[in-house]
Design a protein around this ligand. Structure first.
Ligand code: SF4
Length: 254
């Protein structure tokens, strides 16, 4: 991630806020000595060497902060499934937590539940979900091999994009899920998830093709299956992305 100096303050604020949301007690940043000290709720302290300011956001949000607050996805789900932290909680039918292998090396992240997902309580079950299943099948995966989740757990009305403040409210849940699953690879589906998680305004087309980093996992960006249903022209690029993803998966899980 290339971070301009002007962005550091904003990134830090965001990262620190997400840690406060999940209960971290204290974070001390000493830029002169390039050290980051994190005093955790369990009384333990982590001191990180920060090679560059650009690493700070990733560092703060990685497992170096200690064990996840929850010991399983089930316990985490039980705690948050009645969430009303943002307005989407009031209009949802079902809370859509995520589905798949809780120890998956590969996680797919979309932007938010649609109508079918909201009714069923499961991500990617509509037309776009069926297409995702076909894509997975083409690279020899099933839903049991991977984990699928979204940036927000509740459906935005009329399938609009989730708002930045809604993703902000929901992001501690996503981070806790990733800490529990500990994937080696993440595939971001679509512009909304990609720009939000990678904290960039770079167009999706330019984010594709190279691996990024988030919370220690390698991240590949591709088109959302719903976009493929509308624009056939994206299929070829998506196929290339999936082949790249599968090749890297085979390497890192060897
Ligand atoms: S979208 Fe996330 S933050 Fe908003 S109510 Fe649903 S679970 Fe809570």
């Amino acid at each position: 991630m290339n971070t301009k100096p002007d962005d550091i303050h904003r990134l830090l604020k965001k990262a620190v806020k997400s840690q406060i949301d999940i209960g971290t007690k204290e974070i001390i940043i000493n830029r002169n000595s390039a050290k980051l000290q994190i005093n955790k709720c369990d009384g333990q302290t982590d001191v990180l060497n920060v090679a560059s300011e650009a690493e700070l956001f990733n560092q703060i949000n990685t497992s170096t902060l200690g064990e996840p607050e929850f010991d399983s996805l089930e316990a985490h789900y039980d705690k948050i499934c009645n969430c009303q932290k943002c307005p989407l909680g009031k209009t949802r039918n079902k809370f859509v937590y995520g589905v798949g292998n809780p120890h998956a090396d590969l996680v797919f992240i979309g932007e938010g539940p649609g109508r079918d997902e909201d009714l069923k309580g499961e991500p990617f079950v509509g037309r776009a979900g069926k297409l995702l299943d076909k894509i997975l099948e083409a690279i020899k995966f099933t839903r049991d091999d991977i984990y699928i989740l979204n940036m927000v757990k509740c459906r935005p009305p009329e399938n609009r994009d989730p708002l930045p403040e809604e993703m902000e409210a929901c992001s501690p849940y996503l981070i806790e899920q990733l800490r529990l699953i500990k994937p080696k690879l993440i595939c971001l589906l679509g512009r909304v998830a990609a720009q939000r998680l990678l904290d960039t305004k770079t167009p999706l087309g330019k984010l594709r093709g190279t691996f990024h980093n988030f919370m220690g996992a390698e991240v590949l960006v591709t088109y959302h299956p719903a976009a493929l249903l509308r624009f056939q022209a994206y299929k070829r690029d998506t196929w290339e992305d999936m082949q790249k993803l599968k090749a890297r998966y085979d390497e890192v899980t060897r």
